[in-house]
Ligand binder design. Structure first.
Ligand SMILES: Cc1cc2nc3c(=O)[nH]c(=O)nc-3n(C[C@H](O)[C@H](O)[C@H](O)COP(=O)(O)OP(=O)(O)OC[C@H]3O[C@@H](n4cnc5c(N)ncnc54)[C@H](O)[C@@H]3O)c2cc1C
Length: 513
């Protein structure tokens, strides 16, 4: 990734570039000043991501939408930096113009166009139809009743090849090894997430993460065995990394596996393992090397088989060991259920260790290989959810009469909706750009920035769309309340916002030339 990505296509691009450059310099200084500047580092990391999003979007898809987004990003970022004591932003941003009412009107009601190759546009239409016809009609019922993901959705997605989007063709998937693979995954995820985060787009995340880990470090036999099963949906996976005492601090996890004849015995507790009940394969990150000073180098990744269970709890005994799961009640993101899973001397054979003997101590890296594209996929989940929330806000505003006028005829409402439209346009363009970077092997920082920024944006869009609904936004009968609670989780999982910003984005930006 280059440090100065903005082409000088307009004075605004130059302003964004100057402010981003000044943020980078300030960030480098803050990093060398160390932990006392943590709050400042976080703010600078956030600011750089927002400016980067606006700049990429302005360059990749020049339009009224991206122009408005860039204007607002410049003004808001400079404003919040100054409020945070970073006075350099005043000068670096240059003159800031308020958006013209004509620009707001032009953006308010128009769906931002995304140019796509014919093949991707067709794929989008196929997933959009499934999302509308199969996911949307049941999304509210599953959310309010805290029900399981309907099996018809899983089998429908399996038939469409949704679980094989990241699995190479030679293993029964549809990935050809080109950058289009990631774009296809983004398109499918975004469309499914428009209907539901919990029973739509997120179903593709787990096979994506496990397949990437297997491709990065599995033996030939492991790839031959598991990838076709993941691609067909016959095997449904879940990812068990987080523990009650260690979430962001993955390197310290304590759940352990002890070598026994023919395999390993796993003991300890994992938490927040989404889909652990229905899944028949758990990717479990555990400590295999007792020397705790090895930290992340003492971790290994196992693919642990278990029976699939419906509902909110399960318990199973096998080979003298036991596994027990209990779903944690959550605000939103319902359907797959996120479980606390307790392993008590659970036996798993030698060939379940990813990479077998050479995989010992490499689990952390293999897991991270999966998380990089997982983050990109979360950008698509955020984009799908944002589009749904924005559409709901727009539809409600057009219907609702206040003070004798349509809500959508009021300038403040139009401004809010235009901001939402321009935000969605920018984060979608950034997703496509990041996919190309990730495919080229240089996108770790880009995907992390896009994840952090898109997830915060989704939360803001859902909040504003809910606000437009007034009291009805708080009623369960409108889906906007579901979008709002679902959006809240995006900044927590797949790298909590603060951790991602401080541990990945800040050092990454500080290293840029
Ligand atoms: C609905 C849901 C589904 C999930 N699904 C899965 C799953 O399938 N598999 C799985 O393994 N995990 C899953 N998770 C867990 C998720 O990845 C963790 O919640 C996340 O990593 C944060 O860990 P934690 O909850 O332990 O928070 P903590 O690590 O305790 O962090 C608490 C807060 O402190 C902040 N923080 C942490 N470190 C720092 C620092 N150095 N400086 C400043 N602030 C810091 C964090 O950003 C956060 O805001 C899920 C979580 C949820 C809510």
């Amino acid at each position: 990734m280059s440090s100065s990505p903005i082409l000088s296509t307009s004075p605004l691009a130059g302003q964004l570039d100057r402010l981003a450059g000044a943020v980078r310099v300030a960030l480098r200084e803050a990093v060398s000043a160390g932990e006392p500047t943590q709050a400042g580092q976080y703010q600078l990391g956030q600011a750089f991501s927002a400016l980067r999003c606006a700049a990429i979007a302005l360059t990749a898809g020049p339009s009224e939408h991206t122009l408005l987004n860039a204007q607002l990003a410049l003004a808001e970022t400079a404003g919040s930096l100054v409020a945070g004591g970073h006075l350099f932003a005043l000068e670096a941003a240059g003159d800031i113009a308020a958006p013209e009412p004509e620009l707001i009107d032009a953006v308010y009601a128009s769906e931002p166009a995304i140019e796509e190759a014919e093949e991707l546009a067709m794929l989008r239409e196929i997933f959009a139809r499934f999302s509308r016809e199969a996911v949307a009609p049941v999304a509210e019922r599953v959310h309010r009743g805290n029900l399981d993901v309907p099996e018809e959705i899983i089998s429908g997605l399996a038939e469409m090849g949704a679980f094989g989007l990241s699995v190479p063709e030679e293993y029964g998937g549809s990935a050809s090894g080109s950058a289009t693979d990631l774009l296809a995954m983004l398109v499918a995820t975004e469309e499914l997430s428009r209907a539901s985060l919990g029973i739509g787009g997120s179903l593709i995340t787990r096979p994506e993460i496990i397949a990437r880990a297997l491709l990065a470090g599995g033996t030939a036999l492991q790839k031959e065995r598991w990838l076709p099963l993941l691609a067909s949906g016959e095997t449904m996976g879940a990812v068990a990394v987080t523990e009650p005492d260690f979430g962001s601090d993955v390197a310290e996890i304590a759940c352990s596996a002890v070598k026994v004849d023919g395999g390993w015995r796993i003991s300890g507790t994992k938490t927040w393992c989404t889909f652990a009940g229905r899944a028949n394969l758990l990717a479990v990150l555990v400590r295999t090397e007792p020397d705790r000073s090895l930290r992340h180098r003492g971790l290994s990744l196992f693919l642990v088989e278990k029976p699939a269970f419906a509902g909110h709890s399960f318990a199973v005994e096998s080979n003298g060991g036991a596994m027990e799961g209990r779903a944690i009640d959550t605000l939103g993101y319902r359907g797959m259920h996120s479980f606390e899973v307790r392993f008590d001397s659970w036996f798993t054979p030698d060939d379940s260790l990813v990479g077998e003997e050479s995989g010992r101590g490499r689990g952390f890296y293999l897991q991270m290989a999966g998380f990089e594209s997982g983050r990109l996929q979360t950008v698509a989940r955020a984009n799908g959810l944002m589009r749904a929330a924005k559409d709901a806000g727009l539809a409600y505003a057009r219907d609702r009469i206040v003070f004798g006028k349509r809500l959508s005829d009021l300038p403040l409402t139009r401004y809010k909706l235009a901001r939402m439209q321009s935000t969605v346009a920018a984060t979608r363009l950034w997703a496509g750009f990041s996919a190309a970077e990730v495919a080229g092997g240089t996108g770790a920082l880009e995907a992390s920035m896009a994840k952090a920024h898109a997830c915060r944006s989704a939360e803001w869009v859902a909040r504003e769309a809910m606000q437009i609904h007034g009291g009805m936004g708080y009623a369960e009968e409108y889906p906007i309340s579901r979008y709002f609670v679902d959006a809240r989780v995006l900044s927590i999982f797949e790298g909590a916002d603060e951790t991602l910003t401080l541990k990945v984005i800040v050092p990454g930006v500080a290293r840029l030339a």
